[in-house]
Ligand binder design. Structure first.
Ligand code: TIU
Length: 222
């Protein structure tokens, strides 16, 4: 067993690295690059770029230490049969889910924009979970994959802090996982939502989980 103590708020968190997964949420071109879903919703996509460097370093260390790595992608079937109308109606009419864009059809599985950015591309053997919603547990087999590996704690990273990262942390917390979120490995189109989203996780004695950063996690991992 490889147990480490990570400095975090509201208190240090003890992680058994053999039972911990690094979950990388939706680091897709559609959210991080111009012309995708993020931009179609009126956002400045450059704001998410800050998380890439720290996350790349954390991913490399997790791989070296044998920590289980899982990636997720938000997106839909080409016929949109799994996309609720209420979701498709979001965004500029010419650039909604399924509409053609510079990176292919927006938020559609198999299109270039749906793919994970090159810097964080999944390695062979790392599961990729395709999710139709904001939370990574909703309508996916993520829980089954984690249970089968004996995972009990999650390091949750990716974009965006207050949307898919937050929803996933809430879902994971309700399913009994202990979650720690490294603040510099996630990002938002709204810096104030990023800050507040992290505060909401660690408030009330860690109501949803713990907040740390890549420096403190790397130092604990060794
Ligand atoms: N719009 C926004 O902030 N996020 C999303 O739509 N999806 C994710 O967070 N992945």
């Amino acid at each position: 067993m490889s147990r480490v103590i990570v400095e975090a708020e509201p208190e240090p968190i003890s992680l058994n690295l053999d039972r911990t997964a690094l979950v990388i949420i939706d680091m897709q071109r559609d959210f991080l690059e111009p012309g995708g879903f993020g931009e179609s919703l009126g956002n400045d996509v450059s704001l998410l770029g800050k998380a890439v460097g720290p996350l790349k370093t954390l991913l490399a260390r997790a791989r070296r230490k044998g920590v289980f790595v899982i990636h997720t992608r938000e997106g839909h079937r080409p016929d949109l049969s799994d996309a609720p109308r209420a979701k498709v109606e979001r965004g500029a009419p010419s650039a909604r889910i399924g509409a053609p864009g510079p990176m292919g059809r927006i938020l559609i599985r198999g299109e270039p924009g749906h793919d994970i950015i090159a810097e964080l591309y999944p390695a062979p053997g790392e599961p990729v979970i395709d999710k139709p919603g904001k939370g990574a547990f909703y309508a996916t087999d993520l829980h089954t994959v984690l249970v089968n590996r004996g995972i009990e704690s999650l390091i949750v990273t990716g974009v965006t802090t207050e949307v898919c990262v937050h929803t996933t942390v809430r879902e994971a917390n309700d399913r009994g996982y202990r979650c720690v979120v490294p603040s510099d490995c996630c990002g938002s189109y709204f810096p104030e939502f990023h800050e507040m989203g992290l505060k909401m996780i660690k408030a009330q004695g860690g109501i949803f989980g713990w907040v740390s950063d890549s420096t403190r996690i790397l130092s604990a991992m060794g």
